[in-house]
Design a binder for this molecule. Structure first.
Ligand SMILES: Nc1nc2c(ncn2[C@@H]2O[C@H](COP(=O)(O)OP(=O)(O)OP(=O)(O)O)[C@@H](O)[C@H]2O)c(=O)[nH]1
Ligand SMILES: [Mg+2]
Length: 227
């Protein structure tokens, strides 16, 4: 008897298989992988630029950045001296495991302790594709409206951290930080939240602390597992 599996389900289960391989690969290599997701233009690349600027040249950090077209983001990020690769998806509105696997091949002998993946600007599809990451991070800027966690619950329920960005614009836009946080907590009570402005630098220290804490706990876990 033939079982009919909807194409989407098949694609996602194949992606899940690759994601598990990626996860094992990260664990073996001691790589902490973070998958950053937001609408187009929320400020993912700007946040990463500020983040890379804070690392020392000895830090083993790398970035994969996805877009439908252009190498613009990779060019912006490459200025900080760390390995960066653009993944151009053409018509695909998210990154999937296979794209990450391919992009990592040239770095197979590069030591990477922290891998940032900047997903394609889209609040919907990227949330369905596991990339083997330790955590998803959702970026929401104050120009997008505080209702977005309620309208796009999938990504907010899966993200460990919400970064509320562009808070320097709060005096100019009708946006309630408290309401945005309450909405995010309604769909994901345990979500961590950090408010930042990449323009003024406000809140970036809390983001650096969050990263340092995640790196330390991932490091301890790997040490316990003998990696
Ligand atoms: N005022 C203000 N503008 C910001 C901030 N962060 C980013 N921007 C601006 O927002 C615009 C989009 O920023 P990007 O970092 O390119 O956004 P992105 O999410 O990477 O965009 P895509 O990759 O196209 O999805 C740029 O003009 C940035 O200068 C911020 O904290 N405050
Ligand atoms: Mg970008």
């Amino acid at each position: 008897m033939t079982t009919v599996v909807p194409v989407e389900k098949k694609v996602l289960s194949e992606n899940q298989r690759i994601a598990e391989e990626l996860r094992q690969g990260y664990a073996k290599r001691g790589t902490l992988c973070l998958n950053i997701i937001s609408s187009p233009g929320s400020g993912k690349t700007t946040l990463l630029e500020n983040t890379l600027a804070g690392f020392s040249k000895q830090d083993k950090v790398a970035v994969l950045t996805g877009d439908l077209q252009t190498e613009n983001d990779a060019r912006r990020l490459a200025r900080y001296g760390f390995p960066v690769q653009q993944i151009v998806t053409g018509t695909v509105c998210h990154l999937d495991g296979r794209m990450i696997e391919r992009a990592l091949q040239p770095w197979s002998s590069t030591e990477i302790h922290l891998l940032f993946i900047e997903n394609v600007g889209n609040l919907v599809c990227p949330s369905s594709y596991d990339l083997g990451e330790e955590a998803k991070i959702v970026v929401l800027s104050v120009t997008e409206g505080e209702d977005k966690p309620l309208k796009y619950p999938s990504i907010f329920s899966k993200a460990a951290l919400m970064i509320l960005t562009k808070i320097d614009l709060l005096p100019y836009v009708p946006f309630s930080l408290e309401q945005a946080k309450a909405n995010a907590r309604q769909v994901h009570p345990g979500i961590e939240i950090i408010e930042v402005s990449c323009l003024t630098g406000e809140g970036l220290d809390r983001w650096q602390q969050w990263l340092a804490h995640r790196r330390a706990t991932a490091g301890q876990r790997m040490a316990c597992a003998g990696i």
